[in-house]
Design a protein around this ligand. Structure first.
Ligand code: DLL
Length: 422
């Protein structure tokens, strides 16, 4: 039987205690960056900051930001704040949007990361005795090894499946009777369908699904398919990996581990937005190997400071509503892929791809799906304010991504269609 744990003291402290802790961390971070003497230290000095004692938490919005471009310019190891000998692991993002982004960890960073992923698993009701079927990819990507180390730190039993080989995964789900599933939301659908086809009885109670955007509608589909509580987990390699923020079983926003990762939400001018208003998430992270001050993620979400009924006082972020750079502009209308998913799932199975047809001067949006009911095209045009071509393709035509992140949007610039039958 899984023993379950509640939130730890750091997750329940008063907002005042938390602010005091954050200020100490912020000052420590500023001291570290100035001592390291790199790009971020230089920017701080240019801003007139000579040490941590010069800043308060209230000064944060005025301190310099760090961007992905800074990491690329310093590729591979130019942002290190420790000697290379202290680095015990390197991870990175897939680089689907361009060059890979590499991040480094000291032994203490790995311990912090494992503790954060253990917290995430506790949010899902896991504890000693839990069996965690971990189908995030193992490798440079932080999903697999992050959750793996978190499960071990918690004292649960981790089954290191990684992505792919779905038949074998279904066999393990039947034989090892896990209570917790961790993978991308799109792979959760794939696994659920494969388990259903194989007629196996699932024992799962909760799942931590993240690394790609997903809608409330997809949550309902996954919960129906797998018979579990589908929870959202957010993370970013540069901040630490998975375990930055996680939903608890209340499913009312993701608790940000802000006792380590200070979060802000900013408007397009870089000004903090009001509570509840969507803004770009910016994180300051005290990790030893690669501390980052005000790292801009491009992810858009809102923040809520009200305590959760679960007892956690940590700020909650909404589901990621989109990325500042994934907004599609089609004939002058702005659309986020997630808005398309929300409408689509009311009419069609969760396998879809959005094709932006840019072969002619006027772009066209094609929504390719499988097993759709009538009315989808009308609903899309009513709710998005944009007419789309809906193409219902034979089952199995939309690629099922088994390893890595689902590709929900493709651009058709010229030549053959990106999907057969378009
Ligand atoms: O995706 C870390 C992770 C692994 C998170 C496993 C959750 C579970 P990166 O590869 O660096 O790190 O990609 C980070 O993925 O900036 C978001 O755009 C997106 N993302 C991550 N989690 C979510 C989520 C991992 N829950 C980038 N909802 C982030 C929406 C997410 N987008």
């Amino acid at each position: 039987m899984a023993e379950s744990y509640g939130p730890g003291p750091a997750e329940r402290m008063s907002r005042d205690e938390l602010a005091a802790l954050q200020e100490t961390r912020l000052r420590g971070l500023v001291d570290t960056l100035i001592a390291a003497g790199g790009l971020q230290g230089g920017r701080l000095r240019d801003a007139g900051v000579t040490g941590g004692a010069d800043v308060t938490l209230g000064d944060l919005p005025r301190l310099p930001v760090t961007t992905k471009q800074d990491l690329w310019d310093a590729y591979p190891h130019g942002m290190l704040a420790v000697p290379m000998d202290d680095v015990v692991a390197v991870h990175g993002s897939s680089g689907s949007r361009g060059r890979p982004t590499l991040v480094a960890y000291t032994r203490a960073d790995l311990e912090l990361w494992a503790a954060m992923c253990a917290r995430a698993l506790v949010c899902a009701g896991a504890g000693r005795g839990s069996v965690v079927h971990n189908a995030y990819g193992y490798g440079l990507f932080t999903g697999g090894l992050g959750i793996h180390q978190g499960a071990i730190a918690l004292g649960a039993t981790v089954v290191p499946m990684s992505g792919g080989m779905t038949e074998r995964q279904v066999r393990m789900l039947a034989d090892l009777r896990p209570d917790i599933l961790t993978c991308t939301p799109s792979y959760a659908v794939r696994l659920g369908e494969a388990a259903r086809e194989a007629g196996i009885e699932l024992t799962l109670k909760a799942g931590l699904f993240g690394s790609e955007p997903w809608s409330e509608e997809l949550r309902s589909s996954i919960e129906d398919l797998l018979g579990l509580a589908a929870l959202d987990i957010y993370g970013r390699s540069e901040v630490i990996g998975p375990g930055v923020a996680t939903e608890c079983l209340e499913r009312a926003g993701l608790h940000v581990n802000e006792d380590f990762f200070i979060v802000e939400a900013l408007d397009s001018d870089g000004t903090p937005v009001a509570e509840g208003v969507p803004g770009e998430l910016v994180f300051s992270t005290p990790r030893e190997a690669m501390p980052l001050l005000r790292y801009r993620t491009g992810d858009v979400a809102s923040l809520s400071y009200a305590p959760c009924t679960c007892g956690r006082t940590l700020v909650r972020m909404s589901k990621v509503l989109g990325r500042s750079d994934d907004m599609l502009v089609i004939r002058g209308v702005n659309v986020y892929p997630r808005e398309i998913e929300a409408v689509l799932l009311r009419y069609a199975s969760p396998h879809y791809q959005v094709v932006v047809d840019r072969r002619a001067a006027m772009a066209r949006l094609i929504v390719a799906c499988e097993e759709a009911e009538r009315g989808l095209a009308a609903a899309l045009s009513a709710e998005l304010g944009l007419s789309c071509d809906v193409r219902v393709l034979p089952t199995g035509t939309i690629p099922r991504v088994e390893i890595g992140k689902a590709v929900r949007v493709v651009t058709w610039q010229s030549g053959a269609p990106p999907l057969p039958g378009l």
